[in-house]
Write a protein that binds this ligand. Structure first.
Ligand code: SER
Length: 324
């Protein structure tokens, strides 16, 4: 199927378009499918490119009728549901996290079941794994006993995605993102977010206090790779998407100490110290590295960035665009 054919047929709604992933995803989808074929939505109307540079609607991801209305108004075929509370924030507000993360998913799954949309993208996370999961090179299929509210919601969501696919033929596709690192939009409420903040602090202060301990290894990925994977899994022919819960996805894995050493190659005087807080326990329950061979085999996933190239790119972009 050619790109142009896809572009002509596809009408996209992004829910949660102003978040860390949504912001960059919206931009890439507008480039790929054309501005008129991409409707960005979020609960808040910020003054940014997502809102000003294309079609934007205010929507509450918990309001079925609002979502249904937008789908009918714009003849939407594909929904990307990016609204969620992340791991650290969810621990502070478990009931709301469960409500938002689960019921927004049910709304979209039910709209697909009713034949109102054709395809769903829903992000899962390494948080679906837990302290009893094998930590290194965590397989696609393994013990999953998540111990965070966020992880429980993502694990349950995965089961429902697979269920709706098997029972009702819903075309839902999902990736278990590792920690995502980007320069353009600040992250919000995640356990892996230190790995974004550290780049900013290296430039502005020359030092950083990490809320994770020096040897806490976690799987991570540069945002450009995550966006590339998201669009690739949605464009793949349906029969290539053999897993309808969610795919393991991996690019790199590092500790706070290792990212600090990488930063010192650019800023030799940079220093780091460690003050672990409640997020340490969350990190300790997650994998250190991920086996993503299923994604590589089924739909051709391949990352472009490792820690070295990501660090170079982060400093280049931050210096050109944020701290110029
Ligand atoms: N990056 C996310 C978090 O830390 C994991 O999905 O919550």
């Amino acid at each position: 199927m050619s790109h142009n054919f896809l572009s002509m047929d596809t009408k996209i709604l992004i829910i949660g378009a102003c978040g860390q992933i949504g912001t960059e995803l919206t931009q890439k989808l507008r480039e790929t499918y054309g501005k008129n074929n991409v409707i960005a939505s979020d609960i808040r109307k910020l003054n940014n490119d997502v809102v000003n540079d294309g079609i934007f609607e205010v929507v509450n991801a918990l309001d079925y009728n609002q979502i249904e209305h937008l789908i009918e108004k714009y003849k939407i075929t594909d929904v990307y549901l990016m609204a969620a509370l992340l791991s650290a924030t969810a621990e502070k507000n478990p009931a709301f996290a469960w409500d938002l993360n689960m019921n927004s998913l049910f709304h979209v799954l039910n709209l697909a079941k009713a034949g109102k949309i054709k395809k769903i993208y829903w992000p899962s996370s390494i948080a679906v794994f837990g302290p009893t999961t094998p930590r290194d090179n965590t397989p696609q299929y393994t013990i999953m006993e998540p111990s965070t509210v966020y992880g429980i919601s993502k694990q349950a969501g995965e089961r429902w995605c697979e269920y709706y696919h098997k029972q009702y033929g819903v075309d839902v596709r999902s990736i278990r993102y590792p920690g995502l690192i980007s320069w353009g939009t600040p992250p919000g409420g995640g356990t892996t977010d230190y790995a974004v903040d550290i780049y900013h602090k290296a430039i502005t202060e020359g030092k950083f206090t990490s809320f994770l301990s020096e040897n806490s290894a976690l799987p991570m990925m540069y945002m450009d790779d995550a966006i590339k994977a998201t669009i690739a899994i949605m464009q793949a022919p349906s029969e290539q998407i053999k897993i309808r819960s969610s795919y393991n996805l991996s690019a790199m894995s590092f500790t706070p100490k290792e990212i600090a050493a990488e930063i010192q190659k650019h800023y030799p005087d940079f220093t780091i110290d460690y003050a672990p807080d409640f997020r340490q326990k969350i990190a300790d329950s997650w994998p250190a590295s991920i086996d993503d061979s299923c994604a590589r085999e089924d739909w051709g996933w391949k990352n472009d960035y490792d820690l070295n190239s990501m660090t170079t790119e982060m400093f280049k972009q931050l210096k050109e665009n944020i701290y110029a």
